[in-house]
Write a protein that binds this ligand. Structure first.
Ligand code: PEP
Length: 246
């Protein structure tokens, strides 16, 4: 059984006052069967660990364990601050920081070596979807970004079509299902049925309270990676409840 996961990516948003949102979420979902993971900015990571049952992750890590990398965080530092997971390969980092799948794979490996769960993101652009290249793109990102060290505990895959992130545009349920089934088949082919079936696959891209329930009915959708709607308990809570109800 794969435990459902609702992960919030706060991106470069959130101040100390935002921790009040975590208190509300923790109170509302204290008996939830869903794993609730918050990935706040690094400035709030340690403080965010005080809100059990919520777990906390980072939004990126460096591929090296330590050294002269100004502004970066290592997986060991994330772990030391109380983090349990880290997002790697988000499309904003692939674009803004020119991160290749090879770099993402090294980051995921570094995270797993420190006992963190790597949430490896991938997704096609609008032009790639229009050209009907979605599965080729996802297949290439899967092969390139996921290290051989993957297990059901240390890997989560997040399918996030770039054109759906922050836009309010969402693929059809059939389109989401096609990609998630494809990812599952590729994971099983590469890692065997045991590991391949135990890795959780999240959908991300404009998940909101009014579309979450439908998305969570799709096969091989084990939860969501949520950006904008994870910033307030008022918006994130109904998404978590919808996942809990599946
Ligand atoms: C994201 O950036 O991971 C994301 C899914 O953002 P949003 O939910 O705001 O589209």
């Amino acid at each position: 059984m794969r435990r459902k996961l609702a992960a919030g990516n706060w991106k470069m948003n959130g101040m100390q006052a935002s921790l009040a949102e975590l208190a509300r979420l923790a109170q509302a979902h204290r008996d939830s069967a869903v794993e609730i993971l918050i990935c706040p900015p690094a400035t709030l990571l340690q403080a965010a660990t005080a809100y059990a049952p919520l777990t906390v992750g980072a939004q990126d890590c460096h591929m090296n364990a330590s050294g002269a990398h100004t502004g970066d965080l290592s997986a060991a530092q994330i772990r030391d601050a109380g983090g349990r997971a880290v997002i790697v390969g988000h499309s904003e980092r692939r674009a803004d920081h020119h991160e290749s799948s090879q770099m993402v794979r090294a980051k995921a490996r570094a995270a797993q070596a420190e006992g963190l769960t790597a949430i490896v993101c991938m997704g096609e652009s609008a032009a790639q979807r229009e050209a009907q290249n979605t599965l080729d793109i996802i297949g290439g990102q899967l092969a390139g970004s996921i290290p051989d060290t993957a297990t059901g505990e240390n890997l989560v895959v997040a399918y996030e079509p770039i054109w759906a992130i922050g836009t309010g545009r969402v693929p059809t349920l059939a389109q989401i299902g096609e990609v998630h089934d494809f990812i599952r088949a590729r994971l099983e082919r590469r890692f065997g049925a045991g590991v391949g079936r135990s890795v959780r696959i999240l959908y991300g891209g404009s998940v909101k309270p009014d579309n979450a329930a439908g998305i969570f009915t799709v096969s091989n959708v084990d939860g969501a990676l949520v950006g904008g709607a994870s910033l307030t308990a008022a918006a994130f809570s109904p998404i978590i409840s919808a996942l809990d109800a599946v």
